[in-house]
Design a protein around this ligand. Structure first.
Ligand SMILES: [Zn+2]
Length: 345
């Protein structure tokens, strides 16, 4: 305890935490043993190791475990619940949660999944060498077939480094624009005709305003590419994101922009693009948010259509190659399972 306390507070130990203890024979001890090594599993990849030093006392050092990476694939038909089917196929809870999160844009998991439906999954896992602990690093692929409806998700990193999930044609799985692309904000002015607080006369308010304190992060409402960024007259600091050929979203009066953003940079839904401010013609810190359909502002609260973003050009070519690789991976895994099943008969 004395050696340990110098680097680690033993009161931080929690129920369930893993300790390795080695004892050695000790003639001087009435039990005949004494501690020779204690290893505390700090987190997934780090251990704190105390070893008896030849000169007396203990050496304490933090050691990083070497982790093993491997690809896990599973496919199964659902005969009771998706959860049980995943369990039986050896898919961990965290991998299943990722699958559910991916398809939650398209599937109501309470009502849409039935007996006879099927799922497939491939993910990369990192594990401790002994296999005792593992965690999902990322999903590579997931599919869900439900009564004639089939969904697929392929993970892909585009040339600009953005990672996203797409269907087999290169359409992004995230389809809806966020209605409130800022946290903890209060809608302070809706879309439509209003008396302008500064100019005094009635005019059209072509967006919605969210009051929030200065510096509150603003998120990209959907996947897309920065089409405009900079000062823009009464808008102050302004960003426009192009989501597809039809839809853009715009953000005004910002205090500042997130680092590294410029025209042409791809952003993912939920990425911080800047911060609430009061630049341009503004009476106080707020986000002025616009949704543009074919260049015309529409009411963000009434966007009903799905806004699909799509891979293009060389990204699309690379994506198609990636899809073939994943299809081959899933086929090989399926063949291997068939062989195992035959041998078991
Ligand atoms: Zn406004």
């Amino acid at each position: 305890m004395t050696s340990l306390e110098e680097v680690y507070d033993p009161r931080k130990l929690r129920v369930g935490q893993h300790l390795d203890i080695e004892l050695e024979r000790a003639a001087e001890n009435p039990d005949g043993t004494k501690l020779s090594m204690l290893s505390i599993n700090l987190d997934f990849s780090n251990d704190l190791r105390l070893a008896r030093a030849p000169e007396g006392g203990f050496d304490v050092r933090q050691t990083e475990r070497e982790l093993v990476r491997h690809t896990v694939t599973a496919s199964s038909v659902i005969d009771n619940s998706l959860y049980l089917a995943a369990r039986q196929a050896g898919v961990g809870d965290d991998a299943l949660m990722e699958l559910i999160r991916l398809f939650s844009w398209d599937v109501d998991f309470q009502h849409d999944v039935h007996t006879g439906d099927a799922f497939s999954i491939a993910y990369e896992e990192v594990a401790t060498p002994d296999g005792a602990q593992s965690r999902v690093d990322h999903l590579i692929y997931a599919s869900l077939s439900m009564r004639g409806r089939a969904l697929e998700a392929y993970r892909f990193r585009s040339a600009d480094g953005m990672v996203g999930y797409y269907d087999s044609t290169g359409k992004s799985l995230r389809k809806w624009l966020m209605r409130t692309p800022v946290d903890g904000a209060r809608l302070s002015s809706g879309f439509g005709k209003r008396r302008h607080p500064i100019l005094g006369y009635t005019r059209m308010h072509k967006g919605v305003d969210f009051a929030a304190s200065a510096g509150t992060p603003i998120y990209a409402a959907g996947d897309g590419v920065i089409a405009e960024i900079g000062r823009k007259g009464s808008y102050g600091n302004y960003i426009r994101i192009r989501h597809n050929g039809e839809y853009s979203t715009a953000y005004a009066h910002m205090k500042g922009f997130a680092k590294g953003l410029k025209r042409g940079v791809r952003v993912g839904q939920g990425d911080v693009i800047g911060y609430v401010g009061s630049t341009g013609r503004s009476t106080g810190p707020h986000l002025h948010y616009e949704v543009l359909e074919n260049g015309q502002q529409i009411n963000p609260m009434k966007v009903k259509k799905q806004v699909v973003t799509r891979l293009e050009g060389s990204d699309l070519q690379n994506f198609r190659r990636r899809v073939s690789e994943v299809v081959a991976l899933m086929d090989d895994a399926e063949d291997a399972r068939r062989v195992v099943a035959r041998n078991a008969e």
